[in-house]
Ligand binder design. Structure first.
Ligand code: SF4
Ligand code: MG
Length: 334
């Protein structure tokens, strides 16, 4: 396994109390695989990724438990110096807002080239040539000229391509993209997502795609992990999850996006708000919003059950759901 996050706990201490941002979350990604991590804002998906990358603001963020196994090594036991060597070279991150992630006073060629100068000891001239190659690779037109431009001279979509080029520069084994297309309009979103998927296949990288929008990742992800209140509530191969969700929250997310195969179907926004992480509801954290909730849901935290879809016929698909009534949810097709 390329990356395995196990039972991760992250807390934020503020004046008002302790926020449990990540509360025992875990997921795994293999080389050449794309995992989508789906959830509303505040579900812990970005914080988990920051803990993996080792860029959690601390304080106030503090990892209080768990393991982050990267190629078999627990990153949480490493010194900052060792982590810095892994960042960029073996794992890289793409952020939502390229404009604030890129340096406004340097040309994009200087920023891309810097990676090769610092990590590969290349001359400025060779580094610039590599920068042009990379810009070509992410299909920025007239790369040889545009390498001299500054970030603000590019459109949002082109800037996001430059971020992808930066992440790819040292050919890492893992890329984490946190809402990489959220700030873009719909057509550009699809182009950037397709490019990312193509490069992921070509380089055989592991890719973690963080999103609040299931529609964006359905075509490119192999697996999906759904987060709610700092935990994984469902994890499944993307097609299985689409066909028959095994958690009411996943079902609600699916019902809230337009689907081509179900034209005319009514869309339902999810009722209520995500929980206050300083005061997570007892039992199942989703119970105040869950249409299937019963008494046991208000008192007992549902463990992550292995889901066996007996109608699927094939071998068990590595599915899990943290719902007491996953079986009912799976079989309910109304
Ligand atoms: Fe709903 Fe209960 Fe399942 Fe939670 S455990 S998702 S409240 S049915
Ligand atoms: Mg986020």
């Amino acid at each position: 396994m390329l990356l395995e996050v196990r039972d991760l706990h992250v807390e934020f201490r503020t004046r008002d109390g302790i926020t449990r941002a990540v509360d025992g979350a875990g997921y795994a990604v293999d080389a050449g695989e794309t995992l989508a991590v789906l959830g509303e804002s505040g579900s812990g998906k970005s914080v988990t990724a920051q803990a993996v990358m080792g860029i959690l603001d601390c304080p106030p963020g503090r990892i209080t438990g768990g393991q982050v196994l990267f190629q078999g090594q627990d990153l949480l036991t490493l010194k900052e110096e060792q982590r810095r060597r892994i960042r960029g070279a073996r794992m890289a991150m793409i952020f939502q807002d390229a404009l604030s992630a890129l340096n406004p006073v340097l040309t994009v060629g200087e920023q891309l080239g810097e990676m090769f100068v610092v990590h590969r000891g290349m001359s400025r001239k060779d580094a610039r040539a590599r920068a042009v190659e990379l810009m070509d690779r992410v299909r920025i037109p007239a790369a040889a000229q545009r390498v001299r431009d500054h970030p603000h001279q590019f459109s949002g979509g082109m800037r996001q391509r430059i971020m992808i080029a930066m992440a790819l520069a040292l050919e890492p084994d893992l890329i984490i993209a946190d809402e990489p297309t959220t700030a873009l309009d719909v057509t550009v979103q699809a182009q950037v997502m397709d490019l990312l998927a193509e490069l992921q296949r070509e380089y055989r990288m592991g890719l973690i795609l963080i999103t609040h929008d299931l529609g964006v990742v359905a075509d490119v992800a192999d697996r999906i992990a759904v987060m709610y209140a700092g935990r994984i509530v469902e994890s499944a191969p993307v097609h299985d999850l689409y066909k028959a969700p095994a958690h009411p929250y996943t079902r609600a997310l699916l019902d809230s996006i337009p689907r081509l195969d179900q034209k005319g179907r009514e869309l339902h926004a999810i009722k209520g708000l995500p929980p206050n992480l300083m005061n997570i509801p007892p039992g199942c954290a989703f119970h105040p919003r869950c249409p299937m909730a019963r008494d046991v849901c208000r008192t007992d935290v549902p463990p992550l059950h292995e889901v066996i879809d007996d109608r699927a016929g094939g071998p068990p698909g590595g599915r899990a759901s943290a719902c007491h009534f996953w079986r009912e949810c799976l079989h309910d097709r109304t």
